[in-house]
Design a binder for this molecule. Structure first.
Ligand SMILES: [Fe+2]
Ligand SMILES: [Fe+2]
Length: 143
């Protein structure tokens, strides 16, 4: 059994706000690990990575949603609905993983969702955030 080929970050994955880009890269890294675990049928590893991914996604969504509310981003409602959709999908996948029923395309589906979401939704708030004074270079210190 071969694992699925590693995906690369889309060229335009970065939105230009370093803190959020760092979080997106971390989510992407977890998805790479998930693809590998699913491809090798590592059931317990899949569950552990899904749990980690759910926590990281919740943190990331909470950060974006707080910023959107505090900076009065007009499209905050539809953006939060998109986040809720993925939170729901992740919960469904977690239940299936518990029964070792995870489909091989699980990670690919989530990864596609993340890429599309960053491109279609996250990119929309960038200009608004920058105009509101968000420092695009502020980033977490590297470990
Ligand atoms: Fe995001
Ligand atoms: Fe988002």
């Amino acid at each position: 059994m071969t694992s699925p080929p590693a995906t690369t970050l889309p060229v335009d994955f970065e939105i230009g706000i370093a803190e959020l880009d760092a979080q997106h890269k971390r989510l992407h890294g977890l998805l790479e690990r998930l693809r590998e675990a699913v491809g090798k049928h590592y059931g317990f590893a899949t569950i552990a990575i899904l749990d980690e991914l759910s926590i990281e996604a919740r943190i990331h969504f909470a950060v974006e949603e707080s910023l959107m509310r505090m900076l009065s981003f007009p499209e905050v409602g539809s953006h939060i609905t998109e986040h809720e959709n993925l939170r729901g999908q992740l919960e469904k996948f977690r239940k299936r993983a518990q029964d070792f029923e995870v489909a091989d395309d699980l990670a690919a589906f989530i990864q596609q969702w993340l890429n599309d979401h960053v491109d279609r939704f996250d990119r929309d708030f960038v200009d608004h955030f920058l105009r509101a004074g968000v420092d695009p270079r502020a980033a977490p210190e590297s470990p």
